[in-house]
Design a protein around this ligand. Structure first.
Ligand code: G3H
Ligand code: 13P
Ligand code: ZN
Length: 337
């Protein structure tokens, strides 16, 4: 089975009311761990690469690692997706590499970097213009597109609320109609990284149903969905790490979000935590070890365990064989002519 278009997999998820994990990958161990989990649970899977991941892996290495996952798992629907594409050029590069889906994150202006490293929000009209350009380019090639409305960030107490723009449901219908996006990332109060919340998370879950009603056929995406498992934070700190107290989004909230209308669930941080915790422990307990396969292997096993559980919890497990996956040419003919 070749890599499949994201739209098809998310359409199936919407009909079946389950969430599909979109897991950030940078190296072989992550990909192998995720594919072991997906194969054992018969799970359709989105492997996504950020601009940073493409740079780290010099693009072509990551491409071939993902193609290796496809070759090893011919009976699983696998999507290769660009995460947070900052501009048309990067989306074009990903499509040229063979990605079957791209995200254009035009909610932020990545060409401007503020002193604290963040990027300012883009105006609605500018977001529509850039997202439409990417849709036009990608859809001609059968490639799915994810856009974003609103910006990520916590809505808890003292977080930088002034910089957080939850998605405005009033804008959603117009955005989807004018751009033609297949999937829409919405801001409901989550943020990237390990330090999302100081206490129990406060998410604007009701927004999901309000948005879902306005765009009933568009896939909705939740970024910043790591749960930051406390046993991993403790393990990292026990073996020499210095992570601050932090909380993520509990699986119970993710399940609610899926029930309310989310189909794509973005996860990166939990994989990083699992990998780091296992490697720290392995090296601390085996000070004589210097074969990287020993500690990278331990990291790989840790990612596999954490992610396999998510595949089961999000309801994706068992859905790999529900449909006949499409090629990009078929997707183009069916949806984008
Ligand atoms: O959305 C952000 C992801 O966690 C990717 O992070 O840019 O460090 O690869 P990265
Ligand atoms: P986390 O940092 O919560 O894993 O979110 C990842 C993400 O949204 C990637 O786009
Ligand atoms: Zn994200």
């Amino acid at each position: 089975m070749p890599l499949v278009p994201m739209k098809q997999v998310l359409d199936e998820a919407r009909k079946g009311r389950y969430g599909v994990g979109a897991y950030n990958v940078n190296n072989m161990e992550q990909i192998q761990a995720l594919m072991q989990g997906a194969a054992e649970t018969r799970t359709p899977i989105i492997l996504q690469a950020s601009r940073g991941a493409l740079k780290y892996s010099n693009m072509v290495y990551l491409k071939h690692l993902i193609l290796a996952a496809v070759e090893e798992n011919p009976d699983l629907p696998i999507i290769c997706h660009l995460d947070h594409g900052p501009d048309l050029e990067t989306c074009k590069q990903a499509i040229a590499l063979g990605f079957t889906s791209v995200m254009i994150d035009a909610s932020l202006d990545y060409s401007v970097t503020k002193k604290d490293g963040s990027h300012p929000p883009r105006e609605f009209e500018d977001n529509v213009r850039l997202t439409t350009q990417v849709c036009n380019y990608a859809h001609k090639r059968g490639v799915s597109v994810e856009g974003e409305l609103g910006t990520l960030g916590g809505i808890e107490g003292k977080t930088k609320a002034s910089e957080v723009l939850l998605t405005d449901p009033e804008q959603v219908e117009e955005f989807v109609r004018r751009t033609g996006v297949d999937a829409l990332a919405i801001a409901i109060g989550t943020s990237h990284g390990a330090y999302k919340f100081k206490r129990s998370p406060k998410l604007a879950l009701k927004l999901i149903s309000r948005i879902r009603r306005r765009v009933p056929e568009t896939a909705l995406v939740m970024h910043g969905s790591s749960s930051v498992p406390q046993f991993l934070v403790k393990q990292i700190n026990r073996y020499g790490g210095k992570l601050k107290k932090a909380m993520g989004v509990p699986m119970s909230q993710i399940k609610k979000a899926i029930k309310l209308g989310i189909q794509k669930v973005n996860i990166d941080t939990d994989g990083r935590l699992a990998f780091t915790a296992a490697i720290r422990k392995h090296l601390a307990q085996n000070p004589g070890v210097f074969d990287q396969r020993a500690y990278l292997g331990a990291g790989r096993t840790a990612i596999y365990k954490v992610m396999k559980k998510k595949m089961i919890d999000m309801g994706t497990a068992g859905h790999a064989g529900d449909y006949e996956p499409m090629t990009l040419a078929q997707a183009k003919k069916k949806w984008y002519r």
